[in-house]
Design a protein around this ligand. Structure first.
Ligand code: F6R
Length: 248
């Protein structure tokens, strides 16, 4: 698996943002849409910050961009502080010129009986646009990508999943206690992610060093879904020095 290590998270994030910006500009030149797969959490925050800067200071337009977020808690109101809708608006969408209709985030308000049809339609919509041009990922300490927790199948699609206990513990600060973290989420599947033309997994800090080592060097196993990325020939791990510190 190709791994690129940068001295700092800031430098790495700027590189990833540049890559997304070139993709968008390249598509613009051809009169086409760029289809981006986006992640939430702490990891991509500086990428979004740089994309906002490129929009405000360097005229990068998102008018031809369509986005699909990886996941959303379930149940979750889009107005809730912890929702990924609020996260994306604050960190990116409120500050750029993307048409609102081009934004797709799994719907945390669905009735249980409507979830499956929604997930099928989400997959369908991605395919109908020609697939994701790039998917950016973080990695959870369980080895999840999106919310594909241990046990997820390599060909899994968008679906309702149960969050791992460690994932809920890691989210407890945002929710003021683990008991308030939803037990479920809607996530793109490993198979959905795999169909992206390019996949960039980012990880920063010492905290991620151990799981990054397992993801990059460990045996491919459903115990650590991120190891599936070793089977992709269009993936790159972008790390800071601390997250790369356990690699041999
Ligand atoms: C977020 C997502 C998750 C996170 C992962 C790391 O949309 O799908 O897989 O990328 O949990 O979270 P952070 O970046 O907060 O360490």
């Amino acid at each position: 698996v190709p791994v690129t290590v940068y001295p700092t998270q800031e430098e790495a994030s700027i590189q990833v943002a540049q890559r997304i910006a070139s993709l968008i500009r390249g598509k613009q030149a051809k009169g086409e849409q760029a289809v981006l797969g986006l992640a939430t959490g702490a990891t991509p925050v500086k990428v979004y910050k740089e994309l906002v800067r490129l929009h405000k200071e360097e005229g990068l337009s998102f008018s031809n961009v369509v986005t699909f977020n990886l996941d959303e808690y379930y149940p979750m109101q889009p107005t809730a502080e912890q929702s990924y809708v609020v996260f994306m608006n604050r960190n990116l969408f409120d500050h750029i010129d993307i048409p609102k209709v081009n934004i797709n985030i799994p719907d945390g308000t669905l009735a249980p009986e409507d979830v499956q049809a929604f997930c099928m339609a989400y997959e369908q919509k991605i395919s109908s646009l020609g697939g994701l041009d790039i998917q950016i990922l973080g990695i959870g300490r369980t080895g999840h990508i999106g919310f594909n927790e241990p046990g997820s199948a390599p060909n899994s699609g968008t679906r309702l999943v149960t969050l791992d206990d460690l994932t809920r513990r890691d989210a407890s600060r945002d929710f003021g206690g683990k008991e308030n973290v939803p037990t479920k989420a809607i996530t793109m599947g490993v198979g959905t992610i795999f169909k992206a033309k390019e996949i960039v997994l980012m990880a920063w800090n010492e905290k991620k060093a151990e799981i990054v080592k397992k993801a990059v060097e460990g045996e491919i196993s459903s115990d650590i879904p991120a190891t599936y990325l070793q089977m992709s020939d269009n993936v790159e791990f972008v790390l800071d020095q601390d997250a790369a510190s356990a690699l041999t």
